[in-house]
Ligand binder design. Structure first.
Ligand SMILES: [Zn+2]
Length: 259
């Protein structure tokens, strides 16, 4: 069992994993919410799932860990309150409990992209091209310690980003708290940048872009199967990732599967 505080709502919740036939789904109270894009109800600052009056926020880091572990079915994730614990702000805390479950079920067939696809929302864009699965993430922040950063990798190297922590800016904190977000943000669970630098030591010089890759892997997991495509995400956001997965299912409704 893993427990801890949620970053945004501040609730303390406990998470238990149960092996069970069927899709990967969360259980909140008596409601089961499948880890699927059709259940996304908000993408403001984090990805929130909801069904039948129950909601679950900040699912993306746990889903990124499942993505990297290649775990796509036969799992119930029971959560005692409305937000997944933020832990240290990264996805690495989920690896051990997932490893304790044993071998992941057989890898599902991938969603094979058959033609180029592009989505742009304001400053952010996502380009997908047919080909081997790979991910390239780019960010640009007008901040002396961030600037322009790029991370790219293939499924075999996706695990390298899992310990990259979420980040935020000191000057945004008040605004977020007014909106009822980031109520439990602290130096224990997020990298905080002030005007000059970070308030704590970074794990990697490009930790922010690595964390963006974590968020992308978590959101892309909501496609329900691995995506076989070459992706380039520039200034990504949960909103962009989820819009992409929705469009993908809409435009390529007939799923082209590949072994
Ligand atoms: Zn994140």
């Amino acid at each position: 069992m893993i427990k801890g505080y949620g970053l945004h709502t501040g609730v303390f919740s406990e998470v238990r994993f149960h092996l069970d036939e069927g899709p990967v789904r969360f259980r909140r109270a008596k409601v089961e919410i499948e880890a699927h894009v059709s259940n996304v109800i908000s993408t403001e600052r984090c990805t929130v799932l909801g069904k039948s009056g129950e909601t679950l926020a900040v699912v993306e880091h746990l889903l990124a860990a499942l993505h990297v572990r290649g775990w796509w079915k036969n799992l119930v994730i029971e959560v005692s309150d409305k937000e997944i614990p933020i832990l240290d702000g990264s996805a690495q805390g989920w690896l051990e409990p997932l490893a304790d479950l044993g071998k992941a079920p057989e890898f599902p067939k991938a969603f094979n992209l058959t033609k180029p696809f592009e989505l742009t929302i304001e400053q952010s864009s996502l380009k997908a091209n047919p080909g081997h699965a790979q991910l390239k993430v780019e960010i640009a922040f007008d901040h002396p310690m961030i600037g322009e950063q790029i991370w790219s990798g293939e499924p075999a190297s996706y695990h390298e980003v899992l310990d990259a922590r979420t980040f935020g800016f000191l000057h945004e904190l008040e605004y977020l708290r007014e909106k009822g977000l980031a109520s439990h943000a602290s130096l224990e669970n997020a990298i905080v940048f002030d005007e000059k630098g970070a308030l704590q030591a970074l794990r990697y010089a490009n930790e922010p872009v690595r964390h963006k890759a974590v968020d992308a892997l978590g959101d892309l997991y909501l496609l329900g199967k691995p995506l076989c495509a070459s992706l380039n995400i520039v200034r990504g956001s949960h909103h962009l990732h989820i819009a992409f997965v929705r469009e993908l299912l809409k435009q390529f409704g007939t799923i082209h599967e590949t072994a």
